[in-house]
Design a protein around this ligand. Sequence first.
Ligand code: PLP
Length: 373
Amino acid sequence: MTQLASLTKLLPTYARLDVTFTDGEGSYLIDAEGKRYLDLFAGIAVVGLGHRHPAPLAAAQAQLERLWHVSNLYFTEPMQELAQKLSDRFGGSQAFFCNSGAESIEAALKWARKATGRSEIVALEGSFHGRTFGALSVTGQPEKRAAFEPLVPGAVFATQETLADHVGPQTAAILLEPVQGEGGVHPLSPAVLAQARALADRHGALLILDEVQTGVGRSGEFFAWQRLGVKPHAVTLAKGLANGLPIGALLVADDAPTGFEPGDHASTFGGNPVACAAACAVVDTVDDALLEHVRSISDLLAAGLSQFGEVRGLGLLLAVELDTPAWPVVEAALEHGLVLGSAGERTLRLTPPLTISASEVAQAITLLTEVLA
Ligand code: PLP
C-alpha cells in the first residue's frame, strides 16, 4: 500500500499512484510539491483541449455567473445549443444528456429496447462500456463482471469474425467501440463495421457506436465513425465532451426510431448548464484545423513510439505493446515527470491532449527513452 493509500478515507476501488495533482496548464500537470509532468493521458482521454483551455474555461465561468441548475422540466440555452451543435456534427440527431460514459450506455440500452421491443444486445469480447449494471452486462471482459452477477440479461458476446452468427431477428442492438480503449486499444476493422450496419439493417436491429473514448476529435475526425466510413443509428459520447466537466450524451440519428417518450428515462443533473456551456465551447474548438493537427501529430507520436514496440490505435488513442509489464513503466514514467496510462498487461496507453505540440511529443519520446533505458 502506498503512503497516501494508507491514510486516505476513499474506498479502495482504484490502484492510485502516489501523487496529488493540484494544477494543470495545457499539456502539463503540477503536483502538490510544484513538480511538473508532461501529461500523455489527459485524465483517460478527457482533457482533449489541454488543462484550463481558455474557450471552455471562459464559457463555464460565464455560465457559473448566470445559472447552475433548473432541472429537466425546463429548457436551458446551453443544453439546446449543445444538442444543435452535436446534431450538426452528426448530420441530424436528437440528444439525451447525462453525466458520464456509463450513463450514456444505460440510456442507449434502454433506448434500443424501447425502440425495437427486443432485449438482446450483441457486443464484442474484450469490449468496455462502463461499470454500472447495464453497462457492465454488455462489457466483454468476464473478469470485470464475475463478482457482480447476476447482471442484466440479454447480452451476447461475439468476436469481429463471428458477429454475423450472433445477430438475428431477436437482436435489439449491436454495440461497438470504434477502437476498444480499455480492452487494449484494438481498432475495429472498417469492413466489420460495414458488416454490422448491414446486419442491423437486415434484421431491424440498431447499430450503436460507443464513442465515449473515441469521440469529440480524438480519432482525427469529430466522430470515429467518420474515419471508418459507416454511420450508426446512435452514438454515445462522454469523456472529451466538456474537457473535464462531467457530461455524457446519447445521440439518436434523425432517421432512427425515437424510442423514448416522456417518462421513459431521466437524469436530474443531465444537461447541466455549466457542463453544456463548456461542451459548446469544446465542440466549436474541435474544428477542421484541430482535427488535421490530431491526424498529423498522431503520425509523429506513433513514429516515435514504434522504437519501443508495436504501435496500435487511431488518432490520439494509441498503444505500444511492450515486451515487459506496462504498470512498472507507468510508475517509473511518473518519477521522470511523464504521465502515461496502461491498458492490459504489457500495453502502454497514450491519450494526450489533442492540442499537444510537436515539441511536447519530442519531449515525451525523450523521457520515455530514459524510462525504458
Ligand atoms: N465506454 C467506453 C468506450 C469507455 O472507454 C468508458 C470509460 O473508460 C465508458 C464507456 C464508461 O465511462 P465512465 O467511466 O464515464 O462511466
